[in-house]
Unconditional design. Structure first.
Length: 93
């Protein structure tokens, strides 16, 4: 088994203006001979808009599954669980 950085992680995701997601921890599990791997990541989404100061608006986790095809790792599945939601009244306006 190996644990470390995920094989392939998108460098950016579509976010609302003034919003950014921070993913401070990521744990991956797989085998060098395996064609599948899994990862757990925790995230916090922050928002800064003219009407409000910088603040966290959501927190949760990703559970990802990867598959290796033709020697390259690709996302096979992503499940998102939101644990907390803050003031999203100005999100996506």
């Amino acid at each position: 088994m190996w644990a470390g950085s995920s094989p392939t992680v998108p460098s950016s995701e579509v976010m609302a203006p003034g919003s950014r997601a921070a993913r401070p921890s990521r744990t991956c599990f797989g085998s060098a001979r395996s064609s599948t791997a899994t990862a757990r990541s925790y995230l916090t989404i922050f928002q800064a808009v003219p009407e409000l100061p910088l603040q966290p608006i959501a927190a949760g986790r990703y559970r990802d599954r990867f598959e290796r095809r033709n020697g390259k790792w690709r996302f096979a599945e992503r499940r998102i669980t939101v644990h907390m939601i803050g003031n999203v009244g100005h999100h996506l306006h």
